[in-house]
Ligand binder design. Structure first.
Ligand code: FES
Length: 84
């Protein structure tokens, strides 16, 4: 089992973590570990998710701060980064 602490490798953020940082996908950070781990799992299963796919995948992850827009944006950016 991988946790958020194990996602970065050799001091480099995982592409999902980097995308959350770049696209301001977090505010207080309370929900962020769950969002990032869930997003990484989604991108393993579906490397090119639509906005609807992302929103449906995250429906069990609640964020009180962001309104989800930048979270979705970050995950779709991470998908593009992982695709090269
Ligand atoms: S960033 Fe605060 S709950 Fe999501």
């Amino acid at each position: 089992m991988t946790t958020i602490e194990g996602l970065a490798k050799n001091g480099e953020l995982h592409p999902v973590q980097a995308a959350f940082k770049e696209h301001h996908g977090l505010q207080c950070g309370f929900c962020t570990p769950g969002m990032v781990m869930s997003a990484a799992d989604l991108l393993k299963r579906n490397p090119n998710p639509s906005e609807t796919d992302v929103r449906e995948w995250l429906e069990g992850n609640l964020c009180r701060c962001t309104g989800y827009h930048n979270i979705v944006k970050a995950i779709r950016a991470a998908a593009r980064a992982l695709a090269g």
